[in-house]
Design a protein around this ligand. Structure first.
Ligand code: NIG
Ligand code: FE
Length: 427
């Protein structure tokens, strides 16, 4: 049974309505605020948006369950457009090594890093991976995320990559929408040690077509960086992906600048993500393209770096900037987009308004789903949040805490579920 809701009396209703494309430059700060705003939701869809006085008088609102938002803020659900949702356990040894001063590359060379998660994922059952990811997803929802991109890339062989992609695709009654990405080119697996070119060839000829044929992913991603894949290897991978109908995305210039941004533009990628090492000329190239610049300040914070991507330059040059968690066990184990907004504001000098638009409507553009989600407009999915604050600037201001009172996903209130009674380690 579907419900009809009238959310009314919101002190600030952030609609994020606006032009069709991603928000760039000054438009990024335009939240389309309605004071004393209301939203009418029917059958999971937003029917009407406007001043409370008008919506309350509508005949269609008479039967609706009323949600009193007096003095509070209503905004679109966050679109987390870059996560490694299905992954193994936390990497606590890596964390302590990092605190002791080791770099990301040194930790990987000492038995940690991506390949240590690959070892765990290969040994975990599909059911255990799915159960763990479901827990993360529920927490993301409680923190205000309503759409999630989920990458594979911790299996790196056929069985394990399928296992990860199936775990992300499986749920019938999943609480949030998941959009899957094949990240076969995340690291060179032990079977191909020293033979990165051969691994890429195998991904191109075997894995990419198999993933596409089984409809296990919408996008393909490559980690183009030092200790990962070169521009030439990344190009081959993305060309094969496009040929198979998977839309390209790139982990670009996180630790070293190999020229991944140019490759993203050349390949018409949906997004270039990270960008800590981006050069000035590349900022301009991105700004003139349709590639969304997805910034992941949680990963910069967690690895203890102070080199954040140049958000201000990107915005001022006119690039389409999005924000995401990069949820993963190595560099960004957070579920909380509100914390990502706080980092974007204090560390990258984005304004609270810019950060909110980057985490909602521009995140939706990074995934190509802005026709359905990312703003509160009639006809879109009713994915929205009621926050117990009286000004949207409080979202990043109260860093590290959860301001979400209610999450609406497709017009239904996401119930705070209890943690399962069984122990995940028994699966
Ligand atoms: O986005 N750098 C590549 N991928 C991840 C980290 C993965 C890991 O350390 O497990 C990232 O930061
Ligand atoms: Fe990532």
């Amino acid at each position: 049974m579907t419900s009809t809701y009238l959310i009314r009396g919101a002190k600030q209703l952030l609609t994020l309505r606006g032009a069709a494309g991603p928000r760039r430059g000054p438009a990024l700060a335009d939240l389309g605020i309605i004071l004393d705003g209301a939203v009418l939701i029917e059958d999971g869809i937003i029917k009407e948006v406007g001043p409370s006085r008008r919506l309350t008088n509508l005949a269609s609102a008479r039967e609706a369950t009323e949600i009193e938002a007096y003095g509070k803020v209503v905004l679109p659900g966050f679109v987390d457009s870059h996560t490694h949702l299905v992954c193994g356990p936390p990497r606590l040894k890596d964390y302590e090594m990092r605190i002791a001063g080791k770099t990301y590359a040194e930790i990987a060379a000492n038995g940690g890093g991506i390949l240590s998660t690959v070892r765990s994922v290969r040994s975990w059952t599909w059911r255990r991976l799915e159960a763990e990811a479901r827990k993360v997803l529920r927490r993301m929802g409680e923190h205000g995320t309503t759409s999630v991109e989920a990458k594979s890339g911790y299996g790196l062989d056929e069985t394990s990559e399928f296992k990860l992609l199936r775990a992300a695709r499986h749920w019938d009654a999943r609480p949030l929408d998941i959009y899957s990405t094949f990240l076969g080119a995340h690291a060179v697996p032990p079977e191909f040690e020293g033979r990165a070119d051969d691994y890429i060839s195998w991904l191109c000829t075997d894995m990419i077509p198999a993933v596409a044929r089984r409809r296990l992913a919408d996008y393909a991603d490559v980690y183009c960086d030092q200790n990962a894949f070169t521009v030439e290897q990344s190009r081959r991978y993305l060309q094969a992906a496009r040929l198979a109908g998977l839309k390209p995305r790139i982990h670009a210039s996180q630790f070293a600048n190999l020229g991944a941004v140019q490759l993203a533009v050349e390949q018409g990628a949906m997004s270039a993500d990270h960008l800590e090492q981006i050069a000035e000329a590349e900022v301009r190239a991105l700004a003139q393209s349709n590639v969304v610049a997805t910034l992941l300040p949680g990963s910069v914070f967690h690895i203890g770096s102070s080199r954040y991507p140049p958000a201000r330059q990107l915005i001022e040059a006119g690039a389409a900037v999005a924000l995401a968690t990069d949820f993963n066990p190595g560099t960004s184990p957070t579920y909380n987009m509100q914390m990502v907004l706080a980092l974007a504001c204090t560390q990258m000098r984005m304004t609270p308004a810019e950060a909110i638009a980057a985490a909602t409507v521009n995140g939706a553009h990074a995934l190509g789903i802005a026709g359905q989600v990312g703003s509160i407009e009639a006809g879109k999915q009713a994915d929205l949040l009621l926050m117990d604050i009286s000004d949207y600037r409080e979202i990043p201001y109260h860093f590290g805490v959860n301001q979400v009172e209610l999450t609406f996903k497709r017009g239904e209130i996401l119930q705070k579920e209890k943690e399962p009674a069984w122990d995940i380690n028994d699966l």
